[in-house]
Write a protein that binds this ligand. Structure first.
Ligand code: SF4
Length: 437
């Protein structure tokens, strides 16, 4: 009987790419996917170790899947937690048949499949992808990170940056496009740094040019996630704005707006420099969309730092923003910093950030009522099409719902927006030949 597998993915889009590749390997090895963990002979949990809450969730999900798995099914834990806390995790989770980190990338499949030690190393980054249901896909162009942000443990367990070659990325994207994907989302820990480690700094722009050519084969959109702000400059910005497939969506990894606090975080920039960058891009492309995320309550964050962040949010008017409370991570410089911010203060600041940002995001969405948008359909929910324009990244931002319309995933349709509900837009499909309102 053919064995069936189920992969549960926690954490960020980069983890989703790893899961896709694990799935591809399992399929290549003759296993079949199960829709539910209860039906699988092999359950793989791809964990996240980003912050305490993510680790807790990873453990809870693993335990829940362990309870519901069918008798005799193997349970394998991988991902960032397995990477960082391999031995401890194995001791804490006797339910798991194996705990395998990404350092053993090639080992994963062998251990998973055969319950034995690896025989050879296959590089997860280079494994082919399975055909996907969604018309979009993440593509990881590099692994690891060369920076040393004080709050971040990623470099300590994912290592220095390892970029893939342009050829290997192009081949993966071509395969996805041939399989029906029309939007690709490029990810890396520090995307704009792509290529430095292979002696080709600034090679994200040439990579985009190469991928843009795949529009001939059906690629419609290229989206970039995680841009470290010091690298958001020409020729990257002009290339992004010039290439028809690359959407003007700027996911800037800002983290704060106070320069002294950014220095404590061991990061580049200041609120003024960020505003200058955003204004410059908006002047060149009024339709540009901005997302960022911020850490609140980093050690040493003063009331003045916090006020600077609030003023920055008010001026920058980012379309989308996420706020995260600081969480001390083992192995990072931040755990040794003084000036710990009491959790009640951090909570209060978090709330204030949300209060400033929420009406800005709402106004940005409301301002689209009456606009005509170029939408790619992601899914069909009964008689409602659910899709996105260039303004919404998959799984992160809002969506556009088009009730009572016909279409299939991957279709590109013009939609007139009639309403906004929170982050989501509602619209009607435009019939051919009808001019915009
Ligand atoms: S750039 Fe990102 S991944 Fe790299 S150390 Fe800083 S926060 Fe971590």
């Amino acid at each position: 009987m053919v064995e069936r597998f189920y992969v549960e993915t926690l954490g960020c889009p980069k983890n989703a790419v790893d899961s896709d590749k694990v799935v591809a390997s399992l399929l290549a090895d003759g296993l079949e996917p199960a829709d539910r963990a209860e039906d699988a002979d092999l359950v793989v949990v791809n964990t996240c170790a980003f912050i305490d809450a993510a680790r807790q969730e990873s453990i809870e999900v693993t335990l829940a899947l362990s309870e519901t798995r069918k008798q005799g099914a193997r349970l394998v834990v991988t991902g960032c937690m397995a990477e960082r806390y391999g031995d401890e995790l194995a001791a804490a989770l006797p339910e798991a048949d194996a705990v395998v980190g990404f350092a053993d990338e090639g080992a994963l499949v062998d251990v998973v499949l055969r319950g034995r030690k690896p025989t050879g190393v296959r590089d997860l980054l280079e494994l082919p992808r399975p055909a996907t249901q969604a018309p979009w896909a993440y593509v990881k162009v590099a692994e690891g990170c060369d920076r040393a942000c004080a709050f971040c443990a990623i470099p300590s367990f994912r290592g220095a940056q390892r970029s893939r070659t342009i050829e290997s990325i192009e081949a993966e994207v071509a395969g996805l496009v041939d399989g029906g994907v029309v939007e690709i989302v490029l990810v890396a820990q520090d995307l704009a740094w792509y290529g430095r480690d292979i002696g080709e700094p600034g090679s994200l722009a040439p990579l985009l040019r190469r991928l843009d050519r795949l529009s001939d084969r059906g690629l419609t959109r290229i989206r970039l996630l995680y841009l470290y702000p010091s690298e958001v400059k020409d020729p990257l910005v002009s290339t992004m704005l010039e290439l028809p497939t690359v959407v003007p969506y700027f996911d800037l990894s800002l983290q704060h707006a106070s320069a002294p606090l950014l220095r404590r975080m061991k990061r580049w920039g200041s609120g003024d420099r960020f505003l200058e960058m955003i204004d410059g891009i908006r002047a060149a492309e009024p339709d540009a969309v901005f997302r960022s995320s911020f850490i609140v309550g980093f050690p040493g964050e003063t009331e003045d730092d916090h006020d600077q962040l609030l003023r920055f949010l008010d001026t920058a008017r980012l379309d989308w923003a996420g706020f995260f409370p600081f969480s001390p991570e083992d192995g990072t410089a931040a755990v040794h910093l003084d000036g710990v911010v009491a959790s009640a203060v951090a909570e209060e600041r978090l709330r204030e950030c949300g209060e400033v940002q929420e009406p800005i995001t709402r106004a940005a969405r409301d301002s689209l009522i009456g606009a005509r948008l170029d939408v790619i359909v992601d899914s069909v929910d009964g008689s409602t099409l659910v899709g996105r324009s260039h303004r919404e990244a998959p799984e992160i931002d809002g969506v556009i719902q088009v009730p009572g319309a016909n279409g299939r995933p991957g279709a590109r349709i013009a939609v007139d927006v009639t309403d906004a509900i929170g982050p989501d837009l509602i619209g009607v499909p435009v019939l051919a030949g009808v001019p915009a309102a």
